[in-house]
Write a protein that binds this ligand. Structure first.
Ligand SMILES: Cc1cc2nc3c(=O)[nH]c(=O)nc-3n(C[C@H](O)[C@H](O)[C@H](O)COP(=O)(O)OP(=O)(O)OC[C@H]3O[C@@H](n4cnc5c(N)ncnc54)[C@H](O)[C@@H]3O)c2cc1C
Ligand code: SF4
Length: 328
């Protein structure tokens, strides 16, 4: 590990001021960044510890929720308002990592955790455009069981690893950020990016921008929501495919739906095309399968992950059928 300075930020202004120093990085629970530093994939010269930032979870004036970026993943998953109003979010967080890691991990850090592509971590042993732009991508002809089927590029086929973020994509959340240039809010859908020619850039944040809070809109449909993760082991494993969904059925017709997929792309994948095909239809498996087929028609699987298309299709249909059954 390379030498670095460490300082705990007193407040948000102090954090963004300290982050102006070249080579500095924010430090949440450290469960991802410190691993990357050990592997010399990341070499910050200064860490600005932001775990003392606001961690409150409270109601906003419009009936939504505001979650401080320093809130630990466990605190979010266990909060009564999250469990009752946004169960998909609670279930997504609990499906991730281990209890010990969730106790350490912060909301801000979860949003900005980096891909788990094994070649990305293998500094010195593998070629990776995300770690070393222009070097090549060993995943494309290598072990790509966990990699993307949607939105990838010839530069990078990695997927975003977060479970929590899949639920946030479905919930139309927003992210509050702040830097020395001021504060702004951006839709969650605009936080992460597809790899294109710049796979080394994961998000649309500007250098030095600190995530200060996550904002959940008031969303009655989210009370009827869930998250399902399909993985190689029943715990402590990243998603092969995951589905976050919410469904509202009135008089035998689907009035509204939210659907997002994990394990398929460089960013959490909001399934807008499938949603449009489901609204206004009866809650039947054939409807759900047809919508899944439409969403997945653009999939470009790799030799090691062709199975993901059928797995995603069946998981989408199963999760939506389960939600429909609860409202029958
Ligand atoms: C063995 C293992 C298994 C795991 N399994 C899963 C899993 O199944 N599902 C899953 O979703 N996750 C999984 N994780 C990942 C885990 O969820 C993340 O490591 C964790 O959420 C990161 O949060 P953190 O606070 O520790 O972030 P850190 O490691 O502290 O930071 C991560 C990144 O976020 C930046 N950052 C932190 N806070 C802020 C902020 N407020 N503003 C701006 N930037 C910030 C840091 O600079 C860094 O770039 C696993 C991790 C491990 C080690
Ligand atoms: S898929 Fe992306 S992260 Fe993985 S080796 Fe290729 S460029 Fe690197």
């Amino acid at each position: 590990m390379s030498p670095f300075r460490y300082a705990r930020a007193a407040d948000v202004s102090d954090a963004v001021r300290q982050a102006q120093a070249a080579g500095s990085r924010f430090l949440g629970g450290g469960t991802n960044l410190v691993d990357l530093m050990r592997e010399t994939v990341e070499r910050p010269t200064a860490l600005v510890d932001v775990t003392g930032m606001p961690a409150d979870i409270g109601e906003s004036a419009d009936g939504g929720l505001v979650i401080g970026a320093a809130a630990r993943n466990t605190a979010v998953a266990e909060h009564p308002l999250i469990r009752t109003r946004y169960p998909m979010l609670s279930r997504a967080i609990v499906a991730g990592a281990s209890a010990q890691i969730r106790n350490m991990a912060t909301v801000g850090g979860n949003l900005l955790q980096r891909t788990r592509c094994a070649y990305f971590y293998d500094n010195g042993g593998s070629r990776c455009n995300k770690r070393q732009p222009g070097e090549g991508c060993d995943a494309i002809d290598g072990f790509n069981r966990y990699h993307a089927i949607l939105g990838a590029s010839p530069s990078c086929v990695a997927v975003h690893p977060s479970d929590m973020c899949v639920a946030l994509a479905a919930l139309d959340a927003a992210v509050n950020v702040e830097s020395v240039h001021g504060a702004r809010s951006l839709p969650f859908a605009e936080l992460h990016r597809l790899p294109g020619d710049l796979p080394q850039i994961d998000t649309c944040l500007e250098p030095g921008e600190l995530i200060t809070a996550l904002v959940l809109p008031p969303l009655p449909i989210a009370r009827h929501s869930t998250y399902r993760k399909v993985r190689d082991r029943s715990s402590y494993a990243f998603a092969l495919i995951s589905v976050a969904a919410a469904l509202d059925v009135q008089d035998g017709i689907i009035t509204d739906v939210r659907l997002a997929l994990g394990g398929v792309a460089h960013k959490p994948w909001r399934a807008h095309e499938a949603e449009a095909l489901i609204r206004g239809k009866p809650p039947e498996p054939a409807v759900f399968l047809a919508a899944a087929d439409a969403e997945l028609s653009a999939a470009q699987p790799l030799p090691g992950n062709r199975f993901k298309i059928e797995l995603a299709r069946r998981t989408i249909a199963a999760v939506l059928s389960e939600l429909a059954g609860e409202q029958a």
